[in-house]
Design a binder for this molecule. Structure first.
Ligand code: UDP
Ligand code: MG
Length: 334
């Protein structure tokens, strides 16, 4: 495929033979889960007889994640480890991993064993058997989450698909397997605020929603608090639609007509029925109402402006402190 050749030639290390599959694993304080993950993933992919690589991104972990990853790299030649200088977030970690992938197919998977390496392999086989699809996104059938979180996520997808300019596949996780040209397309978007569910929808391509049920976390705790998720959801909406900015215009139109009707009714009371209309509560009420509206609209504009400001700085998405390449087996400090 011409896409694959182009992809490799432009972006990636050409000296290595092409691989069938690259698996990218973002890790943030995952020392408890990683040994089990490494064991399972290598068993599954060795047994499949594929040429593959594992690309671990240590996203500024504070525990022994990096030491563990370095010890994995000692035992095999198909391991890449990129260790960030601090925690840059899962999105940056995915980007760094995708950038280094050399496989014809590329998978993204969490390190906590909620997503099964065997499922990743099944998704890979699905893609190789179905030429018409470019991307397989695992969609959660049952969530091990409380009711409030489930409700929040469902509402988010509904809201996003209503106001957003692209449609997200509901419940599609970041657990994906794709052909190399899809990864290339996603990498061609170097934006700082990355919302990968949206990026994958934006680039298009034929996506298959692969049903799966995530396991409970093997060890450790989720890195997402409710407020972190809320922030992420807002980032997603702001990255992919400008419709909240139109709210100010809608509010303005509604306020214009409402105040027209109100004025007419005051005139009617005063001139026709001769009733004195007491103004104080009305004025206080209206000032408070419009003050609130104006502040919230300003806040929305501020969110967009802030993002435009940060995007304009063109900062790198991550800074790597250490990279362990598969070929030289030595740590290289950069
Ligand atoms: N992760 C990361 N950087 C972060 C937060 C999470 O690389 O800042 C990794 C984490 O180690 C895991 C994956 O992203 O491999 C998913 O994180 P988590 O399990 O906490 O999310 P959840 O499964 O609860 O959505
Ligand atoms: Mg998890």
């Amino acid at each position: 495929m011409v896409h694959f050749e182009l992809y490799r030639a432009i972006r990636f290390r050409q000296e290595r033979p092409p691989l069938d599959f690259s698996l990218v694993i973002p890790c943030f304080n995952e020392e408890e889960s990683l040994p089990a993950f490494f064991k399972t993933a290598t068993q599954v992919f060795d047994a499949a007889g594929l040429s593959y690589e594992l690309i671990f991104i240590d996203d500024g972990s504070k525990d022994n994640t990096f030491t563990l990853l370095a010890s994995f790299a000692e035992t095999r030649r198909n391991i890449t480890v990129v260790s960030f200088s601090r925690n840059f977030g899962k999105e940056a970690a995915l980007y760094a991993g995708m950038e280094r992938a050399t496989g014809d197919y590329l998978g993204l998977i969490d390190a906590d064993m909620q997503q099964d390496p065997q499922t990743a392999l099944n998704m890979y086989h699905f893609l190789t058997e179905h030429e018409e699809y470019d991307l397989v996104a695992a969609c959660q059938e049952h969530r091990h989450e409380n009711f409030a979180l489930k409700f929040f996520k469902k509402t988010f997808y509904r809201l996003f698909n209503r106001v957003g300019d692209i449609d997200l596949i509901a419940d599609a996780s970041d657990f994906r397997v794709m052909k190399a040209h899809v990864a290339h397309a996603v990498l061609s978007m170097p934006e700082y605020f990355r919302f990968s569910k949206g990026l994958f929808s934006w680039v298009g391509f034929k996506t298959y929603a692969y049903p799966y049920t995530p396991h409970p976390r093997f060890a450790g705790t989720t890195k997402w608090s409710f407020f972190k998720l809320l922030r992420y959801a807002l980032d997603g909406i702001i990255s992919f639609t400008t419709s909240p900015l139109r709210l100010a215009a809608y509010f303005g139109i509604v306020a214009f007509f409402a105040s027209g009707i109100y004025l007419l009714s005051v005139l009617y009371e005063y001139c026709i029925r001769g009733i004195d209309v007491p103004g104080f509560p009305t004025i206080v009420g209206l000032v408070a109402l419009f003050g609130g509206l104006q502040l919230s609209v300003l806040g929305i504009i501020g969110e967009y402006l802030g993002r435009a400001y940060l995007e304009g700085k063109h900062r790198p998405l991550y800074i790597a402190r250490t990279v362990i390449e598969p070929k030289d087996e030595n740590e290289r400090f950069i």
